[in-house]
Design a protein around this ligand. Sequence first.
Ligand code: ATP
Ligand code: MG
Ligand code: FE
Length: 352
Amino acid sequence: ELILGIESSCDETGVALVRTRGPGTVPELLSHALYSQIEMHRAYGGVVPELASRDHIRRVLPLTQKVLDDARCTLAQIDAIAFTRGPGLAGALLVGSGVACAMAAALDKPVLGVHHLEGHLLSPFLSEDPPEFPFVALLVSGGHTQLMRVDGVGQYQILGETIDDAAGEAFDKSAKLLGLPYPGGPELSRLAQGGDPEAFKLPRPLLHSGDLDFSFAGLKTAVLTQAKKLGDGLEARKADLAASTQAAIVDVLVKKTLNALKETGMKRVVVAGGVGANRLLREQLNDACRKRGIRVHYPELHLCTDNGAMIAMAAAMRIEAGQQQAEKVYAFDVKPRWPLDAIVQQPPAAAA
Ligand code: ATP
Ligand code: MG
Ligand code: FE
């Protein structure tokens, strides 16, 4: 089956074409195209929802045409259209679902709504060396930070999550305090390369809490306190503060992930979401896991943040696993708030 996927939950318009290859095999990515609105939102220091929706409208059809052309396909050959149903910005989501439903209705094809976080979670399956189930997943994006036990497509159990800010949010908010442009994560990480990670003592919240939850709100306050204390001296110490902040976030993420691996006894971990692109996180997690004989999988760098490929992939994997069917129901029902637990496939009663 040929599946077109559309992502429009926030400030990236992504479209992709994926082909299923039969049960037990990983679907194949035929083409994908992405337009990031970052430049447009930068002037406001963050995403402006109304501008985001309008821009998705401008980008989605040209991107769709490009994806079809790159794969030498026509709309008529597509078997189903997938779109991000949530969570995300309501207006932005409505563009993706509206376009998906309208195209599908015109072509008499079925549609399927995908959970954005399931897209991130399954994005490592788009890499050359895809993981095998089961595994522990560290989902670290702009809005979420969760450790999960993943036994198969749709078999997700949340082991722990952030009680306040997400890891990406911690990067972005700290970066803003340092005067870096939006989105701050990659900027802070670049600045940190020239700094001393031990220059400032910053808190590692919940590091020894005994559970697998996270908290990053206090870190941002600590960064603010340090920045104020430095006053005019901040400029000269900016790289040091950035490096110390990054070290604190990464330290907590790595330690908690190791704890999750220990608790579950699993030998495989998958990292997904925008923060998964962070170099220090990859280095430290790789080191720690190598010593323990644990395999680590990541999405390709350019597929860590939002994209259409992960949405098409998640749809294809759900269809292949027989867990969700695309249907000719063209309701524009998006779910701006939608916990990942809500889409967990209940194991058959006999197996429970
Ligand atoms: P969600 O998926 O939870 O709805 P989102 O879609 O906004 O949120 P992603 O697109 O997965 O999140 O990731 C964006 C986040 O990743 C931002 O917070 C950004 O700062 C962060 N990020 C991207 N690259 C890096 C990096 N190299 N180091 C640290 N953070 C990064
Ligand atoms: Mg984004
Ligand atoms: Fe995302």
